[in-house]
Structure formats: structure tokens, C-alpha cells
Design a protein around this ligand. Structure first.
Ligand SMILES: [Zn+2]
Length: 394
């Protein structure tokens, strides 16, 4: 008895978080072409008075309306407004209560889905996600990002579970602009560059599995993205959609809070404070990967990072991901805006501090304006600092 108690105590002190909850995956995923109409019956299992949260996808919701009514459901519809922001969350909770909603259905891109998931979480209602683009893994994940109404990133909220139902209808995804899938590829490929840095050294079984899945995801995207984008709707296109919407979500689910984002998302968060809505999430994250690699290269002297950055620059050129600030619509960024973005990326609670080295403000600013520099690392950093932004951003 004593021995058991002793070993239990020893174990507790060695484990950073003794209680362990994981939100790995949605309870059910329905995936295929034209599956939406058939999947409506599954929504009926979760509630009879769903509140549908959407943005500009009114047509899709209108198409669902008679199908929902045929299942004896009483749906109501509400917009998520300017962004997944506190004011929208407040008004949606009010709308849900007024409608006596017993389920929330999110229809749209990442922001609509994040809003729907967070409203459901706060009201303790079941939630269904119906992505209309492959731009993020928001349809899968147990996480919502909260922004200001102007689109500046504020904080994220860990949700108690993944969605109760995810309906991935390829026909719906195919109506989205190609740019959204390109952005989704950028957001998904970041999983490898961030998870390998934050968690590559960890020994927990599920985290090892998550990091390896991130590598598999990167390889799938490097191999299949170019062809997929040329052949919208094809089998390979569907595989890439699965990679960005589903497999990217698996990694966050398996890895949990410890398998977190690093500098790529921190740079994204900083940029949202100066760029507003001029570029979408995965585009800023993709650029953020280059900034992260540049930091590893210039501060740590990491040659592998230098090689990875050159490989990604080539890949980005092929599929149309942004390589530099000008590609994000920030060609005219002022030095003080650049500094603001870098300061936010370096905030004390930022995930950038998961890098295995310290980053100074001027080092980050230098990396942000030298994402396309040739590999000759340390020299070019000091050149960038003395030459200023304009000359580097051709
Ligand atoms: Zn992301």
C-alpha cells in the first residue's frame, strides 16, 4: 500500500499535467460529393431547433432549409458578423436563446466555424461544422480563435470537445475560390515546421505520433498540391482537401496543447494587427513559416532551415502562396507597422517563445523582410538591417 502510494506520488511529480483530457476528433465525419442533403438526417439526431451560423453562404443555407424542414426541424439563421469577435459571440448567444436552439450548425470558412463552435461551447450545445472551403482545419479542431471586429487576433479558446458532426461535401468546397485551398495548404504545411520545433524532442507516444503525422501531411502536400490545384474536383484534389481539412485537424487533436504552434502562427497573429482583412489566415501563416525558418537560419545557424526555406520558396511559387510582405498586400508597410506586428508576435505569452532560442525585436523584423533572401545567412541579416525594408522587398 505504502509502496503504491509512493510510486503514485513520484509519478504525479514527474508528470506536468496529471489529468489528461484529449479532444482528438469529431464524433462523426461524413465526407463525399453531394453528401450534404443526405447528412441532414444526422443533424436531426443532435437537435430539432438548430441555429445556423454563417457569413456569406446564405445560398447554401437556403438550399439546406427545405431539407431541414423535411426532417421536422425548426431552423433559424444568424450571421457571425464582422469576425469571430466578442460582439458577434454575444449577439449569437442571444439569438440562440431566443430561438431556444438545441444545436448549433456552422456553415462557412474558418471564422464562421470558429464562431459556431465557440457559441456552442459556451451554451453547452452540440455543434455541426459544414466547411465551405478547405482554407483551415477549423471544421475539425477543438479550438476557436477570437479576433477584434477589425480582424486583429486577440486570443484562442480551447474547447471541451471537437464538433459532434463534420460534414465535408466536396461539391461545396469546389465552389470556393482556388485561393482558399492554396491558403489551406499553407496553414496545414505549417503543422510540420511548428510541431517539429515545439514537440520534436518530446517522448510521449501520442505527441511522437502527432509530429510524424505532420511530416506525412507535409509530404502529401509537397507531392500532390500542384496537380490538385490544376485538377479541381479530381481524386487528387479531394486528397489534398482531406489533408488540409481533416489530417491537419488530426495533428492538433493527437498532439493536444503541447504540440502547439510556434513562430509561423505568432507572425500571423502580429500581422493581423496591421493587415486587417487584406489576406487570409493560411496566407499569413505560410509567410510566417518562411519567417520562422529565417530565424532558425540566422540566429541558430541552422542549415537545415535554410534548405527548407529554399524548398518552400520553390513550392510557394508553384502554387501561389505568398513569399514576402508585398505578396500579402503589405508592400507599403511602414517601419512602425512592421515593428507593431513584430512586437505583438513577441508578446510574453506568444508561442514564438517555443523556439529553442531567444529572438530580439530587430532580429524578427530583419527576418520578416528577408524571407526571400539567398541562403548565405548571417551576413544577409546585417545587410537587411542596414539597407532597410524597401531595397529588400523588390
Ligand atoms: Zn492556422
Amino acid at each position: 500500500m505504502d509502496t503504491q502510494l509512493f510510486s503514485h506520488q513520484t509519478l504525479s511529480t514527474q508528470t506536468s499535467s496529471p489529468s489528461f483530457t484529449l479532444a482528438v476528433a469529431p464524433a462523426k465525419v461524413i465526407r463525399g460529393s453531394g453528401v450534404l442533403s443526405g447528412a441532414v438526417a444526422e443533424i436531426a439526431r443532435l437537435g430539432s431547433r438548430p441555429l445556423i451560423v454563417t457569413g456569406k453562404h446564405i445560398a447554401t443555407v437556403q438550399q439546406m432549409q427545405p431539407l431541414l424542414e423535411a426532417q421536422q426541424l425548426h431552423p433559424a439563421q444568424a450571421s457571425y458578423g464582422a469576425d469571430c469577435c466578442e460582439a458577434s459571440l454575444k449577439s449569437l448567444k442571444k439569438a440562440a436563446k431566443e430561438h431556444k436552439a438545441d444545436a448549433i450548425v456552422g456553415v462557412g470558412g474558418g471564422k464562421a466555424l470558429d464562431t459556431a463552435k465557440l457559441v456552442a461551447h459556451q451554451l453547452e450545445l452540440p455543434v455541426v461544422t459544414i466547411p465551405t472551403s478547405a482554407a483551415t482545419c477549423a471544421a475539425w479542431s477543438a479550438l476557436s480563435n477570437v479576433y477584434s471586429p477589425e480582424g486583429a487576433f486577440l486570443y484562442d479558446v480551447a474547447l471541451s470537445r471537437c464538433p459532434d458532426l463534420l460534414i465535408l461535401d466536396y461539391d461545396l468546397i469546389q465552389t470556393a475560390p482556388q485561393r482558399t485551398l492554396v491558403a489551406g495548404i499553407g496553414d496545414a504545411i505549417a503543422k510540420w515546421y511548428e510541431a517539429s520545433v515545439s514537440s520534436g524532442h518530446l517522448q510521449q507516444t501520442l505527441i511522437i505520433a502527432a509530429v510524424q503525422q505532420a511530416r506525412v501531411l507535409r509530404d502529401i502536400l509537397l507531392q500532390k498540391s500542384t496537380v490538385a490545384l490544376q485538377q479541381s474536383g479530381s481524386e487528387v484534389w479531394q486528397e489534398v482537401v482531406d489533408a488540409t481539412v481533416l489530417l491537419a485537424g488530426v495533428i492538433g487533436g493527437l498532439g493536444g496543447a503541447q504540440c502547439r504552434t510556434v513562430a509561423a502562427h505568432a507572425v500571423h497573429n502580429g500581422l493581423t494587427h496591421v493587415s486587417g482583412h487584406s489576406s487570409i489566415h493560411g496566407e499569413k501563416v505560410a509567410y510566417g513559416i518562411l519567417v520562422q525558418l529565417r530565424l532558425e537560419e540566422t540566429i541558430q545557424g541552422n542549415q537545415l532551415a535554410a534548405t527548407a526555406r529554399q524548398q518552400l520558396l520553390k513550392f510557394y511559387a508553384e502554387i501561389g502562396l505568398p513569399q514576402k510582405l508585398a505578396d500579402l498586400g503589405l508592400g507599403n508597410i511602414t517601419l512602425s507597422e512592421l515593428q507593431t506586428a513584430a512586437e505583438i508576435a513577441l508578446a510574453p505569452n506568444s508561442d514564438i517563445h517555443r523556439l529553442p532560442f531567444k529572438v530580439a525585436l530587430e532580429q524578427l523584423m530583419a527576418a520578416m523582410v528577408s524571407t526571400t533572401a539567398p541562403t548565405d545567412s548571417r551576413d544577409s541579416t546585417s545587410r537587411v538591417l542596414t539597407r532597410g525594408i524597401d531595397e529588400v522587398e523588390e
